[in-house]
Design a protein around this ligand. Sequence first.
Ligand SMILES: O=C(O)CCC(=O)C(=O)O
Ligand SMILES: [Fe+2]
Length: 335
Amino acid sequence: MTSVLLGDAHGISVVDFKPFLDGSAKQDVANAILDSFKRVGFVYLINHGIPEEQIKGMFDWSKRFFAQPMEVKQQAPHPPSGTHHRGYSAPGQEKVVQHVYDDNELKDVRAKAPDVKESFECGWEDNAGMPNIWLPDGILPGFKEACTEFYWTCHETELQVLRAITIGLGIGEDYLVKYHHGHHNQLRLLHYPSVSAAQLKDEKIARIGAHSDFGSITLLLQDDAGGLEVEDPNNPGEFKSAPPVAGALVVNAGDFMMRWSNDVLRSTVHRVRAPSNAKTVDGMVPDRYSIPYFCSPELTAVVECLPGTYTADKPPKYPPISAGEYILRRLASNY
Ligand SMILES: O=C(O)CCC(=O)C(=O)O
Ligand SMILES: [Fe+2]
C-alpha cells in the first residue's frame, strides 16, 4: 500500500494528495482525508495542485494591497452590511462570531474584543447578486487579474477535494461536485497587523474570534507566523495550534459538510491568536498574512443529509436547509 499519510500536526493528518490527483491511490488518499475530517475537521494536503509560484505571487499581491495607504484601500470599501461580502474591511470593521444573531449581544461581543484584522474579499467576477468591489482602474494594476486567476485555480483543487470526500464516504465521486460550480466561492486576503501581545493575551483584542466556517470546505494558505488554533471536538473550549506546515494547504470542513454528512465530518471551531512561541519586539507580535478560499454550493441548493449517512437508528440530525439563506444569515451577523 502506498503511504499517503506523511505525518501529523497536533492530531491533524498531513496527507499527500498526489496519489489522488494522478489516480495511483485514490481510495487510500480519500480514506486518509476522511479520517482526519472525522476526528478534527481539518487536514493538511501536500502536493495539492495549486502551483507554488502562484501562491507566492498571491501573497505578494496581498502584501502590496495592504501596504497601500488607508485612503487608497478605502476606495474599494466593503459595504456596511455583511451580506454584500466584497471589498476592503479595515481593522475592527468585521467581527467574526459563532451563531450570535441578537443585535444587543452582537454589540457587546464587538465592543469587548474587536477583530484587529484587515481583509479583502472577492468572488466570481460575473456574480450579479454579489458584485466584486475593486480599487479604481489605475491603482495596483494587475491585482484584479491575479485574484481572478487564483480564484479559479483554487476551484480546481476544491473539486478534487470534494471528490475525495465523497469517495471516502463511499458514494459517487460527483455527488458533491455537481452542487459546486464555483459561482459562490469567496477568495479572502487577510492581514493581521502587528499588535500588542499583552492585549491579545488578555483578550482586549482578537485576531479572529472563534468560529466555524459556514460553507462546504475552506482551503487555507497561511504564512509562517503561526497562531491558527483548532478546538478539540472532544474537549470543547480546548484549542490546539494548527501550525504552518511547509508546502501544505490546510483544508477544513464547513457547516454544510457537517450537515451533508450528518455529523460524520466535523465543522470545527477555530480562531487566530498570538502563537505561544511568538517572537515579540517591544511587546508586539509580528504581523501575519493568510489566504482562505471559502467553497460554497450554488445558493439555490438545498443541503440535506447524503445517502448512507443516516439510518432508522441514526436519523438525520439536520433538516434540509437552503444554502443561500444559511450563508446570508451567517454573513449578516459578522458586520
Ligand atoms: O487566518 C487564518 O488562518 C484563518 C482565517 C479564518 O478562519 C477565516 O477567515 O474564516
Ligand atoms: Fe475560518
